[in-house]
Design a binder for this molecule. Structure first.
Ligand code: ADP
Length: 172
C-alpha cells in the first residue's frame, strides 16, 4: 500500500485582534504545532467600533510573525465559516479563558455546524500566565495611559504610545 501524501492542514483563527495580545500569540504558537498553515482572519464588523484600524490590526500581526511563512493574515466580513472555506481551512481555532468563553463558544459551534458541514473547531485552553490578558483589558489600560509591558509586544506598545491621545468624548 502506498502512503498518500498528507493534505495540508489549514486552520483559521478568527477574531477582532483589537489589538493582538500575548494571549492570541500564545494560541497561534501552539496551533503551529498542529497545523501546516494558520490563517489569521481579522474580522471587519460594521456594527462593532474598534479602537484600532483594520490596517493597524493586520499590520501588527504581520509584523510579529514576519519570519513565519506558515502564518497568513487576512481580513473578512460576514460569516466565519464562509471565510474558512474561502481560505481552504477545515478547522477554526479559538481560545478558552473561562466558563463564559466556553458557553459562548458552544453556541457559536452549534451555529457554525448548522451553517457549514465539515468545518470543526479546535479549542485551546489559555495558559495560566496569559489567561487574564484580553484585548478589552489592553484597551482599558491604554485609555488611562498605563503600562502594556507583557500584554502586547514591545513594538506595538511603542506605536500605540507614539500616537497622539484620542480626545475624550465623555468629559463632563
Ligand atoms: P473575538 O471578538 O472574536 O472574541 P478576540 O480578538 O477578542 O476576538 O479573540 C479571538 C480569539 O482569541 C478568541 O477565541 C479568544 O477567546 C482568544 N483569546 C483572546 N485572548 C486570549 C487569551 N489571553 N488566552 C487564550 N485565548 C485568547
Amino acid at each position: 500500500m502506498h502512503a498518500q501524501p498528507r493534505p495540508n492542514r489549514v486552520a483559521l483563527f478568527p477574531g477582532s485582534f483589537d489589538p493582538i495580545t500575548y494571549g492570541h500569540i500564545e494560541i497561534l504558537e501552539r496551533a503551529l504545532e498542529l497545523f501546516d498553515q494558520v490563517v489569521v482572519g481579522v474580522g471587519v464588523n460594521s456594527q462593532k467600533k474598534t479602537m484600532f484600524s483594520l490596517v493597524q490590526r493586520m499590520g501588527w500581526i504581520v509584523r510579529y510573525f514576519e519570519g513565519e511563512p506558515r502564518i497568513q493574515v487576512t481580513q473578512f466580513t460576514g460569516l466565519t465559516v464562509e471565510h474558512a472555506k474561502a481560505v481552504g481551512a477545515r478547522y477554526l481555532l479559538r481560545g478558552l479563558r473561562s466558563a463564559p468563553d466556553f458557553e459562548y463558544e458552544k453556541s457559536i459551534d452549534i451555529l457554525n455546524k448548522h451553517l457549514a458541514y465539515g468545518i470543526d473547531t479546535v479549542y485551546f485552553i489559555a495558559q495560566a500566565d496569559t489567561q487574564s490578558i484580553s484585548s478589552t483589558l489592553v484597551r482599558e489600560v491604554i485609555k488611562y495611559g498605563g503600562s502594556l509591558k507583557g500584554l502586547v509586544p514591545d513594538f506595538i506598545i511603542d506605536e500605540i504610545y507614539a500616537q497622539p491621545p484620542a480626545p475624550a468624548t465623555d468629559a463632563p
